[in-house]
Design a binder for this molecule. Structure first.
Ligand code: SRM
Ligand code: SF4
Length: 573
């Protein structure tokens, strides 16, 4: 652990009595819609963020009113699988307590926005009644465990999903605070000491993220996670996993010591070793992660500072055995495969594009009502993808006959979104709820895509998939540094433009132009897209082309991300 003074959050965790803080008192205080600053930090461990409607800030300031406080609630969905009953419960709670929308996140979770303080307890109780929870959806602990939702490789997928759920259970905090605060569970008897066997009283230095991929799909973006497992399947059998560590996207504006970093593969473990490996990786980070500087506290910095070889040696000594050498694997893409498909058992799965992951009704697209109608008759399950999309999964041939007319009735089809560019897009929430947003993302990307679709169409690229992602600030919640085209909010209406990410999420992008005005983006990208249409090699991806044509240099990893534009970038065009 660092010798420096621990950050304020360390004290808050230590003094929170295993994540209770003064939340109960804060909830009972009717004089404000907010919670105390310390409790806001503790609430995160319960999956709850205090926010305010930023669209209303200045009007309320003028009227001398308190900010329009409300809360975001994140529901954990390990592996992204929810039953129709759970979908219906989430849908109902969105109307009763939230802003009438359901957000599907980039980590296969549900989010509610706009829940006021007096509705928090009832919301969490409703979530609990649907056999879901929000504990550890946020906070300095292991977050929602992601897992490739592909239902086609049924046996392997079922096994991998079970492991994802097992990892999630194993790494869930043990404190009884959650039950006590939200579900009226009994208090810990006086004199009985609670224990957090894995985390201890101060939990982890920072958030921790795990994903599992089943190649050739890298839809969970393993390289953006602290710890990932890559399924190694031989002759249809799950042999075990390659283990990758040290990925992350977040960085801070202007702080060159912060950067996105790709996870690196360090070896192979058997299925039976998976949970032990995960726990020991968590323990190394718990004990060596930086607890003084939260901008430098993720596992990626522990590894960057001490070296990958040090990390491997430490992990092997914790485990008492070395990981086996990594096995070959290959990723083809990090996107979703849309439309109906059939699996080896003759069941059908429909992967739907959900723009910005936002499930809501508009006059021209009553998506939320349509999905509710489907959930009422569906007997399979729903799978949330890490690309903010939804799979209506395990539909029997007979059921397909009843579901298809419902889809038609509500106009739910991917051709509603006309281009491959849009189908490969991601935008984080940003304004108006995210307190950290510097620019729009979810509300703006659809319009920018409409402009860029004209350029794609004019160059005959309508059906060409290019990954394009927008985040409202450098934290990178839409994983923009792994996209072929990435936009990162700098200020209202201004974006840094990144190019050259790998189509399978295997390579970081590089800064191409800084602080570009939103209105100038189309003009900036037009010549590159035209050049790509004219000069690409057969099968060459846009991100690869941007590097070959000299628009940007390839980023190696980590701190190299901030190195300047390729010296020849200007001559190349
Ligand atoms: Fe994120 C903070 C939304 C996935 C990196 N993220 C936030 C907060 C909670 C803002 C805050 O701290 O006040 C955002 C809430 C906005 C809102 O109004 O809902 C927020 N993050 C999201 C979601 C909802 C984006 C989306 O549109 O889908 C995603 C929820 C995932 C989930 O279900 O758990 C989301 N966030 C990510 C990802 C992608 C991933 O995990 O694959 C990343 C990049 C990967 C990584 O962690 O490095 C990400 N979020 C961050 C960071 C930067 C962390 C860092 O290491 O520097 C922050 C800021 C922080 O933690 O201080 C952040
Ligand atoms: Fe908010 Fe920034 Fe994350 Fe977007 S990238 S949701 S603006 S923290």
């Amino acid at each position: 652990m660092s010798e420096n003074k621990p950050s304020a959050n360390e004290g808050i965790k230590l003094n929170s009595n295993y994540l209770r803080g003064t939340i109960a008192e804060g909830l009972a205080d009717p004089s404000t819609g907010a919670m105390s600053a310390d409790d806001q930090q503790v609430l995160k461990f319960h999956g709850i963020y205090q926010q305010d409607d930023r669209d209303l800030r200045s009007a309320r300031r003028q009227q001398r009113l308190e900010k329009a406080y409300s809360f975001m609630i994140r529901i954990r969905v390990p592996g992204g699988v929810a039953t129709p009953a759970q979908w219906l419960a989430v849908d109902r709670l969105a109307t009763e307590y939230a802003n009438g929308t359901i957000k599907l996140t980039t980590r296969q979770a549900f989010q509610f926005h706009g829940v006021i303080k007096s509705h928090l307890k009832r919301s969490i109780a409703g979530i609990n009644q649907a056999a879901m929870d929000t504990i550890a959806a946020c906070g300095d602990v292991n977050r929602n465990v992601m897992c490739n939702p592909n239902p086609h490789l049924s046996a392997v997928h079922a096994a991998v999903l079970k492991i994802a759920q097992g990892l999630s259970d194993h790494l869930t905090p043990q404190t009884r605070a959650y039950h006590e605060l939200w579900l009226d569970g009994g208090k810990v008897p006086v004199g009985e000491e609670e224990v957090e066997p894995i985390y201890g009283k101060t939990y982890l230095p920072r958030k921790f993220k795990i994903s599992i991929a089943v190649p050739p799909s890298n839809d969970v973006d393993i390289f953006a996670n602290d710890l990932s497992f890559v399924a190694i399947v031989e002759a249809g059998k799950l042999m075990g996993f390659n283990v990758a560590v040290g990925g992350g996207m977040g960085m801070s504006q202007g702080l060159e010591t912060s950067f996105p970093r790709l996870a690196e593969v360090i070896g192979f473990c058997t299925v039976a070793q998976t949970i032990e490996v995960a726990e020991q990786v968590v323990l190394v980070q718990r004990d060596y992660g930086d607890r003084s500087d939260r901008k430098h506290a993720r596992l990626k910095y522990t590894i960057e500072d001490r070296g990958l070889e040090w990390f491997k040696a430490e992990l092997h000594s914790h485990l008492g055995y070395p990981l086996e050498p990594a096995r070959p694997y290959h990723f083809e893409s990090n996107g979703d495969r849309y439309g109906w498909s059939e699996d080896e058992r003759g069941n059908f799965h429909l992967n739907l594009f959900i723009q910005g992951g936002r499930v809501l009704d508009t006059p021209s697209y009553p998506l939320r009502s349509g999905l509710r109608a489907i959930a009422q008759i569906h007997t399979g399950d729903f799978r949330l993808t890490a690309n903010q999309n939804l799979i209506i999964a395990s539909v029997t041939p007979a059921q397909r006959q009843t579901i298809e007319p419902v889809l038609d009735q509500y106009g739910i089809k991917d051709s509603h979104f006309k281009s491959a560019l849009r189908l490969n897009s991601l935008a984080c929430v940003a304004l108006p709820t995210c307190g950290l947003a510097l620019a729009e993302a979810e509300r703006y990307l659809p319009d920018l895509l409409t402009e860029l679709e004209e350029t794609m169409e004019a160059n005959g690229l309508r059906h060409d998939a290019i990954t394009i992602r927008m985040s409202g600030c450098p934290n990178g919640c839409a994983r923009p540094y792994l996209a072929e085209i990435g936009f990162v909010g700098r200020a209202p209406g201004r974006y840094n433009v990144y190019l050259g990410g790998g189509f399978a999420g295997q390579r970081l992008s590089k800064l191409y132009r800084e602080s570009v005005r939103a209105e100038a983006i189309k003009q900036l990208l037009e010549p590159l897209i035209a050049h790509y249409a004219r000069a690409r090699n057969v099968g060459e991806r846009f991100g690869d082309f941007c590097i070959r044509a000299g628009y940007v240099a390839a980023t190696l990893n980590g701190s190299d991300f901030h190195q300047n534009l390729h010296p020849e970038a200007h001559n190349a065009r």
